[in-house]
Design a binder for this molecule. Structure first.
Ligand SMILES: C[S@@+](CC[C@H](N)C(=O)[O-])C[C@H]1O[C@@H](n2cnc3c(N)ncnc32)[C@H](O)[C@@H]1O
Length: 302
């Protein structure tokens, strides 16, 4: 029988995992050190079992010498599950509560952080097209994983998913025939090029990279759930410094409680879908707590 992932993580295994993540960071530059521990542990053990290894230290020894094994582990750690109009109520809320406030702007830059294989960005482009805003919008879709981005750039999605995506689209407030947006090519569909013309796909690592523009909208759904609190705070500061005054931050309903939001000067636009709006510059100052402030604050509460 192969190794089994125990419920409890022993201090020794915890040390091995932290050495593994440190080794990966130092050798390959990928920083998974502040991902959620239970998530990282599960994914590491998935790789250990798949490679027929016995323990974390064995994986560490191999991964430092074998870049292809690192690629496989990297895929394990950057889960890319996604779909078009995923959680349709988010898109419905954005359509009803966000779009009216974007209408008068001369241009709109939207950042989809952790865009996976692009389905979320294509959904947004369709929504903006229907609302007559696509022409003045540029969608910046980023991800840590270059392979996901290559797929996204092609804009080809499995035909077999279209039934589900059509259902999502209709629930998100879409009123057209969804098939108007794509043409079928054997087992895949290609979305109209006027949608992808509005998009720029590029690699960006939320754990290590800095801000690269100022945005009127930032959407980051189903990504922060994989991070620990320290990394979530980093990303929140990154988003705060990348959002224009009055800009929207959309985190989606799956995120846990993002403490920062409650103490910052963001207006809640939709509590369930976790859509927030940044205040005007004159109201700023309280801003997001620094890591140190945050830890002190947490200590006071406990
Ligand atoms: C589960 S998918 C979510 C995709 C999409 N936002 C959605 O909600 O359907 C998470 C994505 O986050 C990306 N990701 C993980 N860590 C990241 C990081 N440090 N920086 C940028 N993207 C990251 C993964 O590669 C993956 O594509």
């Amino acid at each position: 029988m192969g190794p089994v992932l125990g419920k409890e993580c022993s201090p020794l295994e915890r040390l091995e995992i932290s050495l593994l993540l440190e080794g990966i960071f130092q050798h390959y530059g990928y920083d998974f050190r502040n991902y959620s521990f239970p998530y990282t542990r599960r994914r590491i053990w998935h790789r250990i079992v798949s490679e027929d290894l016995r323990n974390v230290s064995e994986l560490l020894g191999r991964v430092l010498r074998d870049a292809q094994l690192m690629d496989r582990l990297f895929e394990d750690l950057s889960i890319h599950v996604t779909e078009m109009f995923r959680d349709p109520s988010f898109f419905l809320a954005f359509r009803e509560q966000g779009i009216p406030l974007l209408r008068d702007l001369p241009y709109v830059r939207i950042w989809h952080a952790g865009c996976s294989t692009g389905e979320e960005a294509y959904s947004m482009a369709i929504l903006l097209h229907e609302e007559g805003l696509l022409e003045k919008v540029r969608i910046y879709a980023t991800d840590i994983n270059q392979r996901h981005l290559e797929k996204a750039k092609k804009g080809l999605f499995p035909l077999s998913r279209m039934q589900q995506y059509t259902k999502n689209y209709l629930q998100s407030g879409g009123a057209k025939a969804f098939s108007e947006y794509y043409s079928v090519r054997q087992s895949r569909v290609a979305f109209s090029s006027y949608l992808s013309d509005a998009m720029v796909f590029s690699q960006h690592n939320l754990a290590t990279d800095h801000s690269f523009n100022e945005f009127q909208v930032i959407i980051c759904r189903n990504v922060l759930i994989y991070f620990n609190e320290t990394l979530q705070q980093r990303v929140m500061r990154l988003f705060d410094s990348s959002l224009a005054p009055n800009g929207f931050l959309g985190l989606g309903s799956k995120e846990g409680l993002i403490h920062q939001i409650r103490y910052s000067d963001y207006e809640t636009i939709n509590a369930k879908e976790k859509i927030y709006r940044k205040g005007e510059i004159k109201d700023r100052g309280k801003g997001f707590l620094t890591n140190e402030q945050y830890q002190n604050h947490d200590r006071r509460r406990s």
